[in-house]
Design a protein around this ligand. Structure first.
Ligand code: RAM
Length: 347
């Protein structure tokens, strides 16, 4: 259920060593896709997060860069400034196809809107792997999934239920309205709330979208509290949303009264766990996710796997992985952070 401590230690070491390196490979300008490349191998990869400037994706890219160095691949990061435009990633995908990169690793802002561009890239010989947020399965070669959607949904409900004493109104503060990953988790939370008798006294009264933008998420939190005076808890299944909501709550009268959980990075959430705004939240390690995506994409590019169910490949320190149904490779299970363990993590 929880991360192995040896894996956590290895991750901490990885993140530390990466933080000592300069971010020389990241093109954070977002203005074009011609960023400098890390590494110098034969395999050229491009990393396309939902948007730039999100610490979650900064960490996944660092993990990807470390893995690229391990396998001798070159990698660059490109991406839009914001993730609320369903087609905002299309120009970057087009450039990857034109440049003739070997592999594209993308967290999709929309399950369908980037599929045509991905199709053209694949026709041009680019292996396309989604990570974090999928497209429709037929659009890409593989999806590197952080944890099962069922597991992520169940964990967040378990946490909010514990924190509000199993009864009362809750709301969801999500990312962009079209985000494949958040929408899958929300759908499963809704189904679980309906069917699980443990949650019979919990009512989901609202779902709002902060578009993975800090200020919008902050404002949406304020609006939720105004519109639902009896609100007992908020689930924010996005690292941007939960951090903004925690900041709002920590400075408001609702601190300690309206509970907040969801998916956050330990570094962003630490002050709010320490000041009592937040009891516990969950996530996986984004560096592992980026690393696994690079190993999988390189295995495709090198022809070691084709992406068929049952294909296996090595992912360095993470071990061996197998491609499952619908071309999904599963990283692991969500991990819960609280006051007792949050000091052990640095990402
Ligand atoms: C945000 C993004 C990302 C999601 C995490 C939990 O950083 O929306 O896609 O996986 O939160």
């Amino acid at each position: 259920m929880y991360l192995h401590s040896n894996r956590a230690t290895a991750l901490a070491a990885l993140v530390l060593s990466l933080s000592l390196m300069t971010a020389c490979g990241s093109d954070d300008s977002g203005s074009d896709s011609g960023g400098e490349s890390d590494g110098g191998g034969d395999v050229a990869l491009t990393m396309l997060p939902k948007n730039l400037g999100n610490p979650y994706f900064d960490t996944s890219t660092k993990g990807a860069e470390a893995a690229a160095e391990e396998v001798g691949a070159a990698i660059e990061q490109v991406g839009p400034e914001t993730g609320d435009d369903p087609a905002g990633q299309v120009p970057f995908i087009n450039t990857v196809a034109q440049q003739g990169a070997d592999g594209l690793i993308v967290s999709a802002n929309d399950p369908e809107a980037i599929c045509d561009a991905i199709g053209e890239a694949r026709d041009a010989g680019v292996k396309v792997v989604t990570f974090d947020s999928d497209t429709n399965p037929e659009c890409r070669d593989l999806f590197i999934n952080q944890a099962t959607s069922e597991g992520i949904a169940a964990k967040q409900l378990e946490l909010i239920s514990e924190q509000i004493g199993g009864a009362g109104e809750i709301a969801i503060l999500s990312a962009a309205a079209n985000a494949t990953n958040q929408n899958a988790w929300i759908e499963m939370m809704e189904a679980e709330l309906e069917s699980n008798p443990d949650y019979a006294d919990i009512e989901l009264v609202d779902t709002v979208y902060g578009d993975d933008q800090d200020q919008k998420s902050f404002d949406q939190t304020e609006a939720l509290l105004q519109n639902h005076p009896d609100l007992k808890g908020i689930i924010s299944p996005t690292t941007v949303g939960i951090a903004a909501a925690a900041r709002y709550l920590s400075e408001s009268e609702a601190k300690g009264k309206v509970m907040l959980t969801g998916l956050g990075t330990p570094n962003q959430m630490r002050p709010f766990v320490e000041d009592g705004t937040v009891e516990a939240f969950a996530l996986w390690n984004p560096a592992d996710l980026g690393s696994l995506a690079v190993y999988a994409t390189t295995a495709l590019v090198n022809g070691d796997i084709t992406g068929e169910e049952g294909d296996t490949f090595e992912a360095g320190e993470l071990g061996e992985f197998e491609v499952g149904a619908d071309g999904v490779v599963l990283l692991g299970e969500p991990f819960t952070f609280d006051a007792d363990n949050i000091g052990d993590f640095d990402f």
